[in-house]
Structure formats: C-alpha cells, structure tokens
Design a protein around this ligand. Structure first.
Ligand SMILES: Nc1ncnc2c1ncn2[C@@H]1O[C@H](COP(=O)(O)OP(=O)(O)OP(=O)(O)O)[C@@H](O)[C@H]1O
Ligand SMILES: [Mg+2]
Length: 256
C-alpha cells in the first residue's frame, strides 16, 4: 500500500487564535516501506499521523492511499498504534485483541484468528489476563495484536515504545521487524528515539517545528537486521543528530 501526502497543512484554532501545526508536508511512502519520522515535541508528528489515519482532517492538501484520497478512518486498511496502549481495563487480552477484528467471521474463525495473534506477539498463556495484570511492554503487544488482526496494509505507530525501558524497547523493535518481514505492510513510525528510527526505517524524516515541516530525509540503506554498534549505524546516527543540532542552533562539534 502506498501513501502520497501532498502539500499537507493543519491549522488549529484555539480561542480564535490560529495555530499552524504542520505546513506543506510532501511525502511518498512506498509499498512495504518503513518510514521513520523524528522531530522535537510539538512539531506536529501526531497531527500528521492522525490525518493519515483519517482520524483528523487537514486544512490544506490531501493524503491518498493507493491513489484514493482518504475521507475518514479505515480500521481495516490502516492500523494505528498510539503511545499509550489504550486497552479496555475490564476486558482480558483476548477480548481486547478481538475488539480490533472487524471482519464478519464465524465464532470458530474468530477464535482461531485471536489465538494466532496472541501467539504472533508472544502472549501465549496470558489470554485471560486483564491489562492491570500485564507489564507495559505486554500491554503494547496487545495493542500491536489488536492493530494487526485485520491484516492492515499500512500500520501507523505513534511513539509506540516511548514508555518502555531500553531492553524491552529493543525486543519490541525486533518483534515489529519480524512481523513486518512476514506481512510486508507499509509502516510509518513516529518516534523520539533516534536509534529506533535508524534501526527500523528505510528512511528517516527529520521535522522542523513551529510549524512542522520536513527538514531533511535521510535514507538508511543498511541491511536488516541492523547492528546498532556498527560504524555505518553510528555514522547515520551522527547525521541525524546533526540535523537536530542545526534546528536547535547547537555547534556541529558539540560532543555526543
Ligand atoms: N486537537 C488540537 N487542538 C488544538 N491544537 C492542537 C490539537 N492537536 C495538536 N495541537 C497542536 O499542534 C501542535 C502539534 O501537536 P502534535 O501533537 O502533533 O505534536 P507532536 O510532534 O506529536 O508532539 P509530541 O512529540 O510531544 O507527541 C502542538 O502545538 C499542539 O498544541
Ligand atoms: Mg505526538
């Protein structure tokens, strides 16, 4: 599934004052591509993802998916994962995953799909657990399964692992990569974590803020799975940091 973003803009109105969140965003995301987006807090990343998902409307420009301009949310075609898991606290793991299932299926088919997705995200044995009985990483796995159960052809991730510790985060990134290798869906990953952007993305988009615009796009041509400790990876990490230094006006020889 390919996504074309054309001259996209979003102006919010707060107490009759206009706030331009994003301006003139142009991007083409190819089928099965993983596009990472990084930028400082408030630069309009979530706004951009919400418009692509159809949850919010642009005030200028448009987004088309496989050539069709989007008109509203589509749970089946485009999945979205938010920063916080957004699970129903009173429902167990299975029920939360089932909530994402929009297809009309028989009871047996539903059960099979749910079980497959419980296993896909490594939660076998926790089917009956409530969200309060799960760790943060496990809860995010449930949201991942809930988004994946409709086999979306595009997945939008808004800082999905921001609240997790470094090790859990790394294992979730590997998990996402494993699922992507199997499903080859198009992914847009918004993150604060430069290593995460580099580990997963085919390209890393760096955004400017106030209003949010694209500053630069850095292609990541390293083979997967990527070695975060390699020289090539470190070189690209430095390039992304340099983009931020430019935005913030920090001298290029600032020690990382
Ligand atoms: N519904 C809304 N109404 C009014 N203003 C909004 C709304 N949503 C976002 N904004 C404003 O748009 C700007 C961009 O917000 P957005 O949430 O897209 O930033 P972000 O890049 O996702 O930040 P963060 O990294 O902190 O999540 C902010 O100035 C915010 O106040
Ligand atoms: Mg955000």
């Amino acid at each position: 599934m390919s996504i074309a973003i054309r001259n996209l803009g979003r102006i919010f109105s707060i107490n009759q004052t206009d706030l331009e969140a994003i301006r003139d965003i142009n991007l083409d995301v190819g089928d099965a591509e993983i596009l990472s987006i990084v930028g400082t807090s408030g630069c309009g990343k979530s706004t951009l993802l919400k418009i692509i998902s159809g949850l919010d409307r642009a005030t200028g420009g448009d987004v088309s998916i496989d050539g069709h301009t989007i008109q509203g949310p589509s749970k089946k075609e485009v999945g979205i994962i938010f920063q916080e898991p957004r699970l129903f606290p009173w429902s167990n793991v299975e029920k939360n995953i089932e909530f994402g299932l929009s297809a009309k299926l028989t009871k047996a088919e539903r059960r099979k799909m749910i079980q497959e997705h419980v296993e896909l995200v490594g939660l076998k044995g926790f089917e009956k657990a409530l969200p309060s009985q799960l760790s943060g990483g496990m809860k995010q796995r449930v949201s991942l399964a809930r988004s994946l159960i409709n086999r979306p052809r595009a997945l939008l991730l808004d800082e999905p692992f921001g609240a997790l510790d470094a090790f859990t985060k790394i294992s979730m990134q590997r998990e996402v990569l494993r699922i992507w290798e199997k499903e080859k869906m198009t992914m847009i990953l918004v993150t604060h974590d430069i290593d995460e952007a580099l580990y997963l993305g085919d390209r890393v988009v760096v955004m400017n803020s106030k209003p949010g615009r694209i500053k630069n796009i850095i292609p990541i041509k390293l083979p997967r799975p990527r070695d975060r400790t390699s020289t090539d990876f470190s070189y690209l990490r430095k390039k992304v940091y340099e983009e931020f230094f430019e935005i913030e006006g920090i001298p290029a020889d600032y020690i990382i």
